[in-house]
Design a protein around this ligand. Structure first.
Ligand SMILES: O=P(O)(O)OC[C@H]1O[C@@H](O)[C@H](O)[C@@H](O)[C@@H]1O
Length: 276
């Protein structure tokens, strides 16, 4: 991870494996900041140089945790409150860590439910798994949508392709969620793209030249693919100049069918990134 960015993150934790895989995370948002799959490889996640990192900030890059509302699918602030909240470090091992977030007066003021959420990071050689679990600790049912909003680093978005979504139905978030179908073949990027693909099974792969990264999800049924394109990116105060060219969000999400938890029930979803 870029040293100048690391220096701006107050409580940056680094995990490392003997093979030289490394991951960095912070309790602000239970946020994974960057991931190096093996010694000598570059970081695989994008973090904007213009991002804020302090208390209350939503970090522009890495893996924002989206809970208990994805985007504007509901009345809560966009993408919920988890990404702006300070989580507690609950466990730390050589190759894994876990943050937890519990309901508070502030959270209950906008989402009246008791919960414990956990964000677990597991690092292996060439593989990173990020998992979100939620337990309803209250006495009545709750419903939520959620996601792991991963910003994958690319060198040039115009050279990147996403495989695995050809022929699938999607909701176009740049056109009032119009229902459309993607043609067969790879997805390529030229300008703004913002899509929800409901019910995706099977792995996705982002390729760019010789590089490829495989993305699989468990528990999360939907996938969101997002790049703001040059015009929206220029309007984002926390996006570095031309930052949209260096990122592609492939997000594991649960949107189309919100999760319903009876009192005491739990749910878990994970996203795994893998390189060769
Ligand atoms: O700027 P934010 O709140 O981090 O959201 C970023 C993007 O997140 C994506 O998940 C959404 O599909 C986009 O519509 C949204 O613009």
């Amino acid at each position: 991870m870029d040293e100048s960015l690391k220096a701006r993150v107050e409580d940056c934790i680094e995990l490392a494996t003997p093979e030289g895989a490394r991951v960095w995370a912070t309790a602000q948002g239970a946020h994974v900041l960057d991931w190096v799959p093996a010694a000598g490889m570059p970081g695989q996640l994008f973090v904007s140089q213009a991002s804020a990192f302090g208390a209350g900030a939503s970090i522009r890059g890495g893996v924002p945790v989206i809970f208990p509302q994805f985007g504007q699918f509901g009345e809560l602030p966009k993408h919920g409150f988890a990404r702006r909240s300070r989580w507690q470090l609950a466990d730390r091992q050589a190759d894994s860590l876990r943050y937890e977030l519990r309901d508070s007066e502030d959270s209950r003021a906008i989402w009246p439910h008791a919960f414990v959420a956990g964000l677990t990071v597991q690092l292996q050689a060439r593989r990173l798994q990020v998992s979100l679990d939620v337990t309803n600790t209250g006495s009545s049912a709750c419903q939520f949508t959620a996601g792991l909003h991963s910003y994958l680093r690319v060198d040039e978005i115009a050279d990147a392709a996403l495989q695995g979504l050809g022929g699938r139905a999607y909701w176009d978030a740049t056109a009032d969620l119009a229902h459309r179908e993607q043609p067969a073949g790879d997805l390529r990027f030229a300008g703004e793209l913002d899509r929800v693909y409901p019910q995706v099974t099977g792995p996705l792969t982002v390729t760019e030249g010789e590089r490829s990264i495989e993305i699989t999800a468990r528990g999360f049924e939907d996938v969101v693919v997002w790049n703001p394109g040059p015009i929206k990116a220029a309007d984002m105060t926390d996006m570095e100049p031309h930052g949209h060219r260096r990122m592609l969000c492939v997000e594991a999400a649960q949107i189309a069918k919100p999760v319903s938890l009876a009192a005491g029930e739990s749910w878990r979803g994970s996203q795994t990134l893998k390189v060769w």
